[in-house]
Design a protein around this ligand. Structure first.
Ligand code: GTP
Length: 594
């Protein structure tokens, strides 16, 4: 165990985590040179396309330093604020963290938040300035910023280029020197923390584990402490980074077990694995992730519900941070209400549902939760805008706020403050942070945050701002429900809850957006927005013109007239009976940023 080092890399998005991991993989010979490709650990198609890490990926490397063979277990984690929960789980499985800061960007807001989590878990932090090969790197300034958030001398801060490899070997040596070996006892009753999952059709749930005490082997009779489920370990192994069978996993090691459990909902991240005969007490688990935004999702075809549910459960195995609950709507049929950690998270989950499971869905407008006191004395929590009561039945509404941290260059301070104000937020403090940068602490309704706040912040600061937040307390909200009608009937999936001051704007925007994306029918359709008992915006989508006379050329006009009048009659009938079919893409586009 003395020769094991378990660590993660903490970094803001694009600061070079995956690239640095590539160098580690090369340097330790974990991946053969000819098989190496950029950002090796981002194996999901969506990750490679978007250039971001979504899911954590553990890897074991062997590294020799002055005649000692070390086993290094690195867990590559995502950098985006929505995936902080994924990071927090990885942190609980390791003893150390490389704090990687892009020398051309400096310390970002999200880095500070993750660093706070790492310190709470008492991880050893190894601070590093990255991208020193770039002419624009402000190495000294970045060092100063690191010193501001971490009480260290400059001599402790390493400088590397993940791209050229400069300083990377030195960094690996320092990780071995500074990160403590795991503690734990091979002789004690065995126990391991489940920190992530995967699923294989024939092996069932694959649990990612960090062993804290004892030894696990194939064939062991084990159980999950919290859920009480018992099973036999079918296979045990390590990540190279592909799963590779091993004889056993000892205290201090990171690897996986195949459980043969076919029902995904029986296994939970944060549970403790121990033996049936000689059980050990549970390890400290995780905080349950707190969803901040919800949407109801239905299969496009109602008969697909059981496949849809299966897909959700399977997806949940590889991403336990979204919540789900069955739901049924009179109009849309049976579906699931899903809770997410942010809008990017929501987008990614819906996209994975379609790509990995071929599920076409109807997704309702996302919403935060509201606590509503009704005039009849009842109090309820609302997670779907279509359930939001009528204005005249409501006594008061409460919503969750967010505590925010922003870092912006000084020249963008003023637009940033304006933006916060325009989102009903208030600024608590502004402090100078490093060279020409300001750290802003603010609070704002989560509802406003989920409304593309971050995108707008980016565009009003030329991309220089960074941002992180955590859910705060519940406060009074001045909101009302807004419904969208297509051809005279409310489409529940398009309903939303909006600030009263924005009813007019949102109504117009929603109608315009729908106008531009809804395919035309053979009849004209009214698109309307309605709130507080009246129509606020309206537009008519013209009928699709079908040229019924196209095949007639020249000749007698009366024949054309005849066909036109026939078409007119047909259209009238369609208008009366026409039920509008709204395609899957329209639902997805309606909840997306433009
Ligand atoms: P997420 O996984 O999305 O959090 O990003 P990441 O932190 O893994 O960043 P990634 O490794 O994908 O690198 C982001 C970009 O920076 C890529 O275009 C890299 O090629 C580039 N990059 C990373 N390290 C260096 C470096 O040391 N020097 C230079 N010049 N570019 C680098």
């Amino acid at each position: 165990m003395q020769n094991i080092r378990n660590f993660v890399i903490i970094a803001h998005i694009d600061h070079g985590k995956s690239t640095l991991a590539d160098r580690f993989l090369e340097l330790t010979g974990t991946i053969e040179k000819r098989k190496m490709r950029e950002q090796f650990l981002d194996s999901m198609e969506l990750e490679r396309e978007r250039g971001i890490t979504i899911k954590m990926q553990p890897v074991r490397m062997n590294y020799q330093l002055s005649t000692i063979n070390y086993q290094l277990n690195l867990i590559d984690t995502p950098g985006h604020v929505d995936f902080a929960y994924e990071v927090s789980r990885a942190l609980a499985a390791v003893e150390g963290a490389i704090l990687l800061v892009d020398g051309t960007q400096g310390v970002e807001a999200q880095t500070i938040s993750v660093l706070d989590m790492a310190r709470e878990l008492k991880l050893k932090i190894v601070p590093v300035v990255n991208k020193i090969d770039l002419a624009g790197a402000r190495v000294e300034k970045t060092e100063e910023e690191i010193q501001k958030i971490l009480n260290v001398g400059t001599e402790e801060i390493l400088k590397v280029s993940g791209k050229t490899g400069e300083g990377v070997e030195e960094l690996l040596k320092e990780v071995v020197e500074r990160v403590p070996a795991p503690s734990g006892n091979v002789e004690s009753p065995r126990r391991a923390l489940i920190f992530d999952f995967d699923y294989s059709a024939h092996q069932g749930v694959i649990a990612y584990i960090r062993v804290f005490d004892g030894i696990f082997k194939k064939g062991d009779e084990v159980k999950l402490v919290r859920s009480g489920i018992k099973f036999t370990i079918q296979e045990i192994g390590v990540f190279k980074p592909n799963r590779s069978q091993a004889a056993e996993l000892q205290a201090g090691e990171i690897g996986y077990i195949a459980t043969n459990i076919k029902n995904p909902s029986e296994v939970r991240v944060g549970d403790t694995l121990t033996s049936v005969l000689n059980p050990a007490p549970a390890l400290g688990g995780y905080h349950e992730p707190q969803s901040v935004v919800w949407t109801s999702v239905y299969p496009l075809k109602e008969d697909d519900f059981s496949d849809f549910k299966k897909a959700i459960l399977r997806l949940h195995l590889s991403d336990t941070s979204f919540s789900y609950e069955e739901e049924s709507s009179s109009v849309l049929g049976r579906g699931m209400r899903l809770g997410f950690l942010g809008m990017l998270h929501l987008e990614i989950v819906l996209e994975r549902l379609e790509r990995e499971f071929g599920m076409k869905v109807v997704a309702a407008s996302p919403t935060v939760a509201y606590e509503i006191s009704m005039k009849n004395g009842e109090t309820k929590f609302i997670f779907a805008p279509s359930e939001f009561p009528n204005d005249h039945d409501i006594l008061s509404v409460k919503e969750r706020w967010a505590d925010c941290r922003l870092i912006v260059p000084s020249e963008y301070l003023s637009p940033s403050l304006k933006l916060i104000q325009s989102r009903e937020g208030s600024v608590l403090s502004t402090d100078i942070f490093g060279e020409n940068r300001i750290l802003i602490q603010a609070e704002m309704p989560l509802r406003e945050l989920m409304r593309d706040f971050f995108d707008e912040l980016k565009s009003s600061t030329s991309g220089y701002a960074s941002f992180s937040y955590k859910p705060g307390d519940l406060r009074e909200a001045d909101v009302a429900r807004l419904d969208i009608l297509v051809h005279g009937s409310i489409v529940p999936a398009f309903s939303r809850v909006v600030s009263r001051s924005r009813i007019e704007r949102e109504s117009k925007d929603a109608v315009e957006k729908l106008y531009s994306i809804l395919p035309r029918e053979l009849f004209a359709m009214k698109l309307q927005a309605q709130s507080l008992g009246r129509i606020i915006a309206s537009r008519t989508l013209p009928a699709l013109k079908k040229d019924v006379t196209g095949y007639l050329y020249g000749g007698d006009r009366t024949r054309k007239m005849k066909l036109w009048s026939k078409q007119k009659k047909g259209k009238k009938r369609l208008k009366e009976f026409g039920r509008v079919q709204i395609p899957h893409e329209v639902f997805i586009k309606m909840i997306r940023r433009n």
